[in-house]
Ligand binder design. Structure first.
Ligand code: REY
Length: 445
């Protein structure tokens, strides 16, 4: 549902919402009803399952919870989008970009510089580190492996990785929905921002080493009990991919997503430190709020299957659009991906997929990402027809971070965004129940 005129709480909105087959904000239980582990897999033979999935599924009939006829949507508010990018710059980001793919129309916006040393202007086509947007790629690969019958979402992880985790109650579903209770090792690595980063910039970790840092820390809860965002979950997901495919996670991304979708700006170069081709530099904000550190070159080995992909606005829009159209997994796994766990009043988490409930009653689906120097927001409408990727080449700054949700409002809630575009200043700190869930939250502005 893209109409900017359908406001949550309005009579018209209530009527339209009630007409939809599935309410936009229905809250199915996070836990699956009891199923046998293989039940969700389609009828594939094991021989078929072993074949690499290099072809795409046909777009599924539109069953997205808040899909609406395309003509119901008001056009994205490009002035509000540009104002949001400018407010990222006013709050300290050297550059900010956005791209909206809207049916056939493409809108590219860019403000500021890609490189503070040379002054090169940033472009909406520059490549960047996408951080945790990688988690959706990882979840898609695992869900394809579920489709192929190689594992079940409710399988204990240790059935596939014997001895890897101390608690055999942790399931694959718990990992992908951040409900395992596994401690986020980045809390240890990046307790101090710049020195923590410099200590890992050129380091190459195994998945096991990252998991061991987590296991030295406290669990955050019992398996399945509560949402607690943790990179550790997607490191273990990467271990599962490597065990089940017999290859690297990078190879799985390429074979199953990057090549079939022709994502020519998307790379997994770990542990190389350079971004291929034209890219923007990334600037890490010191905890004192002062200096910016050029963090572009790094192995991103601390992130791997939790956050090491490099991509572009075009490719992320193409990826999420294909995902929401049902081209990357079976309908059964697509539905599993959209079983929501509550994050806060406006945010939900599925399986490697975020849902944001915007001010006009529209929900959008995608992910956020934060690696040193790079903040990304990539979200798509429920029917996959309108996609936005917005990005700033700065991180560890709540002031910059809090400007980026305004790009979602501009793209998907145009009339609401227009009303706010004239309001002076940047977005204030979000209310406690609406705080940006982008881990770990920056120490200060
Ligand atoms: C890691 C620290 C952020 C970033 C993180 N990113 O977990 C994953 C994600 C892949 O969710 C760093 N912050 C910053 C600090 C805070 O060092 N002391 O903001 O660049 O995308």
């Amino acid at each position: 549902m893209l109409s900017g005129t359908v406001g949550r709480g309005t009579a018209l909105g209530a009527v339209l919402l009630s007409l939809l087959a599935v309410p936009a904000h229905a809250e199915p239980p996070a836990e699956a009803p009891p199923t046998t582990p293989r039940e969700a897999a389609p009828n594939t033979t094991l021989r078929e399952a072993a074949a690499p999935n290099t072809t795409l599924r046909k777009a599924a009939p539109n069953t997205a919870p808040n899909a609406a006829p395309r003509n119901a949507a008001a056009a994205p508010d490009l002035a509000a989008l540009r104002a949001a990018l400018r407010s990222a710059l006013a709050n300290g980001a050297p550059g900010a970009i956005a791209r909206v793919d809207d049916g056939g129309a493409v809108h590219r916006l860019a403000e500021g510089v890609a490189d503070r040393a040379t002054g090169r202007a940033i472009t909406a086509d520059d490549r960047f580190r996408v951080g945790s947007v990688t988690k959706t790629f990882t979840a898609v690969v695992l869900l394809q492996l579920v489709d192929e019958g190689l594992l079940g979402l409710d399988d204990p992880v240790v059935d596939h990785l014997p001895g890897a985790l101390p608690d055999r109650r942790i399931t694959v579903r718990h990992l992908l929905s951040h409900r395992s209770g596994l401690y986020d090792y980045t809390n240890v690595l990046f307790a101090r921002t710049v020195s923590g980063f410099e200590a890992v910039r050129n380091k190459v970790f195994t998945h096991r080493q990252l998991l061991d840092i987590s296991l030295d820390g406290p669990v955050t809860g019992a398996p399945g009990a509560a949402y607690s965002y943790s990179n550790t979950n997607f490191v273990v997901a990467g271990m599962l991919i490597e065990k089940l495919t017999g290859g690297s996670t990078g190879a799985a991304y390429r074979k199953r997503i990057i090549t079939p979708l022709k994502l020519t700006n998307t790379f997994y170069v770990h542990p190389d430190t350079a971004l291929p081709g034209r890219h923007t530099k990334g600037y890490l904000t010191d905890d004192s709020g002062g200096g910016l550190v050029d963090a572009t070159r790094q192995t991103a080995s601390w992130a791997q299957s939790a956050g090491a992909i490099i991509s572009s606005t075009r490719d992320l829009n193409a990826f999420y659009s294909a995902l929401l159209r049902g081209e990357l997994t079976s309908a059964a796994q697509s539905a599993q991906m959209r079983r929501w766990t509550t994050v806060n009043s406006t945010q939900r988490y599925g399986l490697g997929l975020r849902r944001r409930d915007l001010s006009c009653g529209v929900s959008v689906y995608g992910h956020t990402g934060a690696v040193q120097g790079y903040y990304t927001y990539a979200f798509t409408s429920g029917d996959g027809k309108r996609s936005l990727t917005s990005f700033a080449n700065a991180s560890n700054s709540s002031a910059v971070l809090n400007t980026l949700p305004k790009t979602l409002e501009a793209a998907f809630c145009p009339s609401a965004a227009a009303a706010r575009a004239t309001a002076p200043g940047g977005r204030p700190e979000p209310a406690p129940g609406e705080r940006e869930d982008i881990a770990p939250y920056p120490a200060r502005g």
